[in-house]
Write a protein that binds this ligand. Structure first.
Ligand code: ZN
Length: 458
């Protein structure tokens, strides 16, 4: 018999005790953004320290200028991983939309099975505890973990993580390991687990084009004077070519081609492009020709106009030629695209397109590079196969169209790749009233981590 089987059995037999421990943590109203809950955040950190200690993990609460961090070590042998989760939760208002007390967690029967109801059920207490419980099961059954595990819990994730990067820098040696494991994401669908391995970066630009010194009357000056709205529109229209590709010079430098394996994995996900679009009243893909929706969302960069401001936009009508026209434009980046180079190329492109009587001012907004995990590390394929053993459908390496800052911080601050494995579902209502976590997610989540720990030891 393998080492894994008795661990899985232990998890199955102790599901209700594990659920009760999660409830204990969920009863602590650790809302990080509201200072009146400060001592509760502290109490949640204390709870985690003593829970880890009860498993034989050396754990400490670490003060920061904000809410404390919890760090624990097992001093095991073999591959060393650092597991990250966050114990803080979102505020609960509007409270009257909750059907039950958000901090009185309970199991609830629903049409689709039992769910754990309450704030933090899915984000992130329930997810965090899937990993802790998997470790507890390993330690209870075998006396130790199959690999060396460190724990790193944050209490400010829902309020912008102000202490995170300074803490990572100050404790770089202690937090560094071979691989970070993060449980704060979702499954691809309820039958298909996912490991997020590529997260897009983001670059923001705001430009304001000035033509005439003052607003002009379109009867007195129209036809003779330059209109900055026309200039801005022309520039915006020129940002994509007829095939939907972005025209900023050098934009596609660093955009990787997809490997045939990844292409196959994404095809096998059978993502329904039509349903995805129909859900928001659309019927055809608007990105680069020849790409699927998943490729457009996960693997390809974008340029989008997020806002335009110019001229008279109030009620009624005003025949004005405005002095200024501005727009906010964002780029989602992939691979090794360089946000600084793209910003410079975009600004040059705009400058080159300006008529003599116009000038432009730029304001840069945040920029972050894409995060691409090195899936050539065999740990990724081992974990993918381990997850595939637990769930009905095989697991896939997926992308994430948005950003998950913690994964980027592990990479930039600790030079560690992160494996993002989560068991959330789209209908978990995280950040909303009546948050839930399916009992199946919790149960199979624990089993999944038990399998991943085993796979990483081989
Ligand atoms: Zn979260």
């Amino acid at each position: 018999m393998s080492n894994l089987d008795p661990v899985l059995s232990h998890i199955d037999e102790n599901l209700s005790a594990a659920t009760e421990r999660l409830f204990e943590l969920m009863r602590v109203p650790s809302i990080s953004t509201d200072p009146t809950f400060k001592e509760h955040c502290d109490a949640a950190a204390d709870w985690l320290v003593s829970d880890l200690a009860s498993m034989g993990v050396t754990a400490t609460k670490r003060a920061t200028p904000g809410h404390p961090m919890v760090v624990g070590h097992t001093n095991g042998t073999g591959k060393h991983v650092t597991f990250y989760g966050h114990y803080d939760v979102q505020p609960v208002d509007p409270l009257d939309l909750w059907h039950s007390d958000p901090f009185a967690p309970a199991l609830e029967d629903t049409d689709v099975g039992k769910v754990i109801r309450g704030r933090g059920a899915a984000d992130d207490k329930g997810q965090l505890m899937t990993f802790v419980e998997a470790c507890r099961a390993w330690i209870t059954v075998h006396g130790s973990l199959p690999i060396n595990v460190s724990f790193f819990f944050e209490g400010e994730e829902e309020s912008g993580s102000p202490s995170l990067i300074p803490f990572m820098r100050e404790n770089k040696d202690e937090l560094s390991s071979d691989l970070a494991l993060i449980c704060d994401t979702g499954m691809f669908d309820p039958k298909t687990p996912a490991i997020s391995t590529q997260l897009r970066g983001l670059l923001g630009e705001e430009l304001t084009i000035t033509g005439p010194r003052i607003d002009l009357h379109s009867g007195m000056y129209g036809g003779a004077a330059i209109n900055p709205i026309r200039v801005l529109s022309k520039i915006i229209a020129s940002l994509h070519d007829a095939e939907g590709r972005v025209t900023v010079p050098g934009f596609y430098e660093g955009v990787p081609e997809m490997s045939p394996e990844l292409q196959k994995q994404w095809e096998d996900l059978n993502f329904d492009d039509a349903a995805f679009l129909n859900a928001v009243g659309l019927s055809e893909l608007a990105g680069e020709q020849g790409k699927t929706a998943l490729e457009m969302l996960w693997a390809r960069p974008t340029c989008e106009v997020n806002g335009i401001n110019a001229g008279y936009t109030g009620d009624g009508f005003k025949t004005v030629l405005p002095s200024k026209a501005s727009a906010k434009i964002s780029f989602r980046l992939v691979g090794t695209q360089d946000p600084h180079a793209i910003r410079a190329a975009f600004r040059q492109m705009v400058q080159d397109a300006l008529p003599a009587d116009c000038s432009v001012e730029f304001k840069g907004h945040g920029n972050s590079s894409a995060v691409q995990m090195s899936t050539a590390d065999p740990a990724f394929e081992k974990a993918r196969l381990a997850l595939s053993d637990e769930w009905p459908n095989p697991a896939a390496f997926v992308g994430c169209g948005g950003s998950i800052p913690i994964a980027g911080h592990f990479k930039t601050e600790l030079d560690t790749d992160a494996m993002l494995i989560g068991f959330g579902r789209d209908d978990d209502a995280i950040h909303s009233p009546n948050e839930k976590y399916d009992l199946e997610s919790f149960h199979k989540g624990m089993r999944s981590w038990a399998r991943v720990l085993d796979a990483l030891s081989l």
